[in-house]
Design a protein around this ligand. Structure first.
Ligand code: IMP
Ligand code: MG
Length: 171
């Protein structure tokens, strides 16, 4: 196991995730929301975020594959699993681990817009704004980070390290 340096500790993550959840609670007061997690990286973020959201909420999951190796996204995105329920007329929040080049989320935004939601927002735990290829912004961002490869709290390197409680930098 390589030496992994902590970028954000579990305590820092917990504080920030609760803040994002209260922002969402405030923004959608009196309404229902549907959280759509992007598998697998966003699963832990969604489970923590959702438990702090004080609204009538439902979950769904979507799965995509981006061709390329672990660190390099080739830009091609393929939908492996669509949502189970209709999104028509719903307040949809796409929950993603990292907004990097933006290719995945701009593709998913197009897929979900086709379902005619009432509103569509993006919650990204991490934002690597300097890496953006597609001009896309998240409404809710946990942390803006520099161009480093990170793992933990759901995020992987070749499927490993998702279970680490802290967000760590891969050297
Ligand atoms: P995008 O299409 O380039 O925005 O890619 C976003 C996806 O790439 C994220 O959902 C992650 O799965 C993956 N990704 C990007 N950067 C990292 C990283 O530093 N660690 C782990 N996965 C990453
Ligand atoms: Mg991902």
């Amino acid at each position: 196991m390589p030496e992994l340096k902590v970028m954000y500790s579990r305590q820092q993550i917990a504080v920030r995730v609760a803040e994002l959840a209260s922002q969402i609670t405030h923004d959608f007061q009196g309404e229902q929301v549907t959280l759509i997690g992007v598998l697998k990286g966003a699963a832990i973020f969604l489970s923590d975020l959702s438990r702090h959201i004080e609204l009538d909420a439902t979950f769904d999951f979507i799965s995509v594959s981006s061709y390329g190796n672990e660190k390099q996204n080739s830009g091609e995105v393929k939908l492996l699993k669509d949502v189970d329920q209709s999104m028509e007329g719903k307040n949809v929040i796409l929950v993603e681990d990292i907004l990097d080049t933006g290719l995945t989320l701009s593709y998913l935004t197009r897929v979900l817009e086709a379902h005619k939601p009432k509103s569509l927002r993006i919650a990204a735990l991490l934002d690597k704004a300097s890496r953006r290829v597609q001009p896309i912004k998240a409404h809710y961002v946990g942390f803006e980070i520099p161009d480093e490869f990170v793992v933990g709290y759901g995020m992987d390197y070749a499927e490993r390290y998702r279970n680490l409680p802290d967000i760590c930098i891969v050297p």
